[in-house]
Design a protein. Structure first.
Length: 147
């Protein structure tokens, strides 16, 4: 079970389902007394979705006002894997040469932007049993989350 992740966000976007990419600690946050609570469990480059919106609000130097406490989880992302790895619940490790080192003509699903080489992911569901990849005919499209 994944531990709960809490952070602070602007109340205008604090709704279940809202997604954002954490790009690192902004300059106004470096001296904030809520830094560890707010950003302590977030990982650079990770995309998160709000799952619950709390009632508590805290001062936030970044938005220059009150920010609301929200619970978030890493957002699922699409990934092309070998058909043998397309099993719900299976943990897969993404390799940098997933597409044989060749750049895809369209948006790459073998190593998409929000998937990190060397990181482990859990297959949550199979989106397409057979996926048209320009470099491999034996791929499936799956939805994954970080392990």
């Amino acid at each position: 079970m994944t531990p709960s992740i809490y952070t602070l966000i602007n109340p205008t976007v604090a709704k279940p389902g809202y997604s954002f990419e954490f790009l690192g600690v902004a300059e106004p946050c470096t001296s904030c007394r809520n830094l560890k609570v707010c950003l302590g469990k977030l990982q650079n480059g990770e995309v998160y979705s709000v799952t619950e919106v709390g009632k508590n609000k805290l001062d936030c130097p970044l938005i220059e006002g009150k920010a609301v406490v929200v619970q978030v989880k890493p957002s699922p992302r699409l990934l092309a894997v070998s058909r043998g790895q397309a099993v719900e619940g299976m943990t897969v490790t993404v390799t940098a040469n997933a597409g044989d080192g060749l750049p895809c003509e369209e948006e790459c699903r073998c190593l998409p932007r929000y998937v990190k080489a060397g990181q482990r992911y859990v297959v949550k569901r199979i989106v397409k049993k057979s996926f048209d990849c320009p470099y491999s005919s034996s791929r499936s499209l799956v939805e994954v989350t970080p392990a």
